[in-house]
Design a binder for this molecule. Sequence first.
Ligand code: PMP
Length: 381
Amino acid sequence: MKKEKLLMIPGPSPVHPRILNSLSQPTVSHVGPEMVEELKEALAALKKIVFCEKGEPFVIAGAGTLAMEIALLNTIEKGERILVLSQGYFGKRMSQIAQSFGLDHDLIESEWGRAVLPDELERKLSEREYKAVVSTHVDTCTGTCAPLKDYARLLKNRGLIFIVDGVCATGGIEERMDAWGIDIILTAAQKCFGAPPGLAILVVSERAMEKRRKMGRIPAYYSDLLNWLPVMKEPSKYFSTPAVNEFRAFYESTQIVLEEGMEKRFLRHARFAKSIRAGLTELGFSFFTQEPFLADTLSVVNYPQGIEDQAFRRKLYEEGVVVAGGLAQTAGKVFRLGHMGNLSAAQVYFALDSLERTLLSLGYKFEVGSSLRAAKAILEE
Ligand code: PMP
């Protein structure tokens, strides 16, 4: 069998052995006691992870994109206008989803590598009335982390619904739902939770739930939160068969997150990002994302002259590490390195060491061992 590779793409992230182990547990009844207990605990943990006291948590078989659809379908009615803030590929996806559902929307797009500035949001809000504002927290294509807290400050007390796509952030970068006034945080299992892909995850404020109730019938069935609400409140009820083993794995992942503690987890993500970037800088690499917007969960790295995308990633794969290429206009120009979830310092060092071995074999000139030294200086200080 081929040797296991270290998955350093920006999601799915490496799955911790404890989570893998829970996946291999027998499939139990979706309304049986094991499932009921674990789902209840996972949902309670999820609320703690996003600092939400009163909202409703949902975990539904699907992926992040389903969670994006659910957020819009359950809070926006035809004829209501929404504002989408896009920091790249995934912000644009939100506007495509709005378009698919025939929702009126305006889009503010930042230059790739930068985020939409709070001033731009403020200007737009003064020009027109919006029922909701949607923003990606971290765009996984451009590596941009949006100034979410600043957006939230501007949006507070305006009576509109604030939806955050936290797919590449939730559980790794601070998001305080109640304190910041976020109405929906949507995410997926495969990134900062470090669980396998396959789940759409949302936490919905009381206000957003109230809006859903006022809307009456919506053009959705599986995606209708009101169909799921009784199951989330009492998991022994049936609506549609949940992905039992995925749910159990997700439960385990939430326990790992809470055992580490949120403050420690955010700090670890920040330190890993800093150390990996210090290592890469030492090798002469630069970053696609501009400085104030660099995300703690991934790095989008420019190729230096003479390094070819396909050859680099193939060789790095042989050395044991999988990274992702660029998307859309960045294809061939950058590689994307995920550093989120339950990554360990040893894995960070292994990744940099493999990178050095790859570069050596490609004839790239650098001081051997320098990236590891730079990374260790930060992680071991
Ligand atoms: N939003 C962001 C920020 C993402 O990174 C992704 C996936 N990379 C998605 C949404 C869509 O998630 P999925 O691929 O699970 O549908």
